[in-house]
Design a protein around this ligand. Structure first.
Ligand code: PNW
Length: 456
């Protein structure tokens, strides 16, 4: 990448892609329209007791009908890119078999609207809304059938959109939907599986990624680019000395062993297999080859840090640190402040696996936003959050880390999964009664960052 402009030490490389991100179930609503099938999230959100505020996303922020207005809001912020997800059950209402052309029509309209407004579409093919039929018929991600069905769906969608869309993400945050959906059970489908079955779910999810990459190569227009969007463990050496950095490198590889490490190396690490023992996933060497199908870029969602120090005297050579009780956090209880994550994640991807194209596919925070008497939303803490994280990202790019773009999570306040509508991640405030959109102060901040291509 080109180094930062010499005249501004806080600049990003020329052509840096600034965008916002959302996902289908969190914003679209219209869950029964135009032939959309049911997803595991419809089922989960309608199960009493699962969602903190008892809500669901039947309407969400009605993006399905308001997408033109939303594209204008993106444009007003000056964003050049938009990461959204395609709802699998809109395209294949039962996950496979009969296709629903009206479902695809919506994404055709959205893509055209984005392009007409100078915004590059970056779709994800899966953001957790598995067709319910696949859950019932095959046991969802417990079955290889789901991975195979995903690849077929991925091939179909990319064949239709790749005349206008250059880059696709496969699955969003495999770690989150595997572990939180199948181990703690706080996300859909809400299971608490024993280790052997959990490891098999994880294996099928990364296999789905790999098979989808192959299907996209076979079906999409030549030159279509593809990669994952993973919630990696964002490890950080708490003290930046060679000793602690070395330990953090080992931690990066091992913690992500079931996800990115397998995708990038085509193998499970010895430590991963040893720790799993008799519960290790069942797989073939063909599976591993598919999982490691060559990708064009790596997307990473970065929110919260994991701090490490060296423990060179005892294996595995690293030690994770607990958070001090007073360590600042954002509204989400899991969300600790750790801006250095946006420096270290790209540096480690480059160092360990020689990754040549990186996108920050999500970064942002929930804050306790309210509309003030003058009609404005003064989210000063979101600005503080973004400035501190972006400063570290700029540090990475100025040292040559190949980060090509950044997607702020999220464009709009939306359905925050198990938290319902109680946590607001948007740069744009949504009144959930009127669905009126109001750009927050952070939207103005972000507009200035984009206009100057520099931390401001
Ligand atoms: C991501 N964690 O989820 C998802 O991709 C989004 O759909 C979601 O709205 C956003 O981040 C905010 O939560 C995460 O515990 C959930 O570290 C949990 C964690 C990280 C990301």
């Amino acid at each position: 990448p080109e180094p930062a402009a010499a005249n501004n030490a806080r600049s990003f490389p020329k052509g840096f892609v600034w965008g916002t991100a959302t996902s289908a179930y969190q914003i679209e609503g219209a869950v029964k329209e135009d032939g959309r099938g049911v997803s595991i999230w419809d089922r989960f959100a309608h199960t009493p007791g699962k969602i903190f505020d008892g809500t669901n996303a039947d309407v969400a922020v009605d993006h399905y009908h308001r997408y033109k207005e939303d594209v204008q809001l993106m444009k007003a912020m000056g964003t050049k890119a938009y990461r959204f997800s395609i709802a699998w059950p809109r395209i294949f209402p039962e996950g496979k078999g009969k296709v629903n052309p009206k479902g695809l029509d919506f994404y055709n309209r959205l893509v055209d609207e984005l392009l007409a407004n100078g915004i590059e579409p970056f779709p994800s093919l899966y953001h957790w809304d598995l067709p319910q039929t696949l859950q019932e018929r095959y046991g969802g991600w417990e079955s290889r059938e789901t991975a195979l069905a995903f690849a077929d769906y991925a091939g179909y969608v990319t064949e239709k959109l790749s005349d206008r869309v250059q880059r696709f993400f496969t699955l969003n945050e495999i770690r989150t939907f595997v572990d939180r959906g199948h181990e703690s059970g706080i996300l859909a489908p809400g299971f608490k599986l024993p280790p052997a079955r959990l490891n098999q779910v994880r294996h099928h999810a990364i296999l789905a990624h790999g098979l989808a990459v192959q299907a996209i190569r076979a079906k999409a227009r030549r030159g279509t680019k593809v990669g994952p969007a993973e919630n990696i463990f964002a490890v950080v050496p708490i003290i930046e000395t060679p000793e602690h950095i070395k330990a953090t490198e080992i931690a990066m590889r091992e913690l992500n062993a079931g996800y990115l490490t397998a995708m990038l190396e085509g193998r499970y690490t010895d430590a991963y297999l040893k720790a799993a023992g008799a519960d290790a996933p069942k797989f073939t060497s063909e599976d591993l080859k598919a999982i490691a199908s060559p990708i064009n870029f790596v997307g990473i969602n970065i929110y919260t840090p994991d701090y490490y120090i060296s423990a060179s005297n005892k294996p595995p050579g690293y030690q994770s640190l607990p958070f001090n009780k007073s360590h600042p956090r954002m509204v989400s209880s899991w969300h600790r402040l750790g801006p250095e994550t946006l420096y270290w994640a790209p540096r480690l991807l480059q160092k360990l696996w020689n990754v040549k194209e990186i996108y920050i596919t999500e970064n942002g925070c929930a804050t306790s936003d309210e509309v003030a008497k003058d009609g404005q939303v003064y989210d000063s803490d979101r600005i503080m959050f973004l400035r501190s994280y972006l400063t570290q990202l700029q540090r990475a790019t100025s040292e040559g880390a190949p980060v090509r773009g950044y997607f702020l999570w999220s464009l709009l306040d939306n359905f925050e999964w198990v938290a319902g509508y109680a946590q607001r991640f948007g740069a744009i405030y949504v009144d959930y009664t009127t669905l009126k959109r109001t750009p927050k102060l952070s939207a103005s901040f972000y507009r200035e960052v984009i206009a100057r291509n520099s931390v401001v």
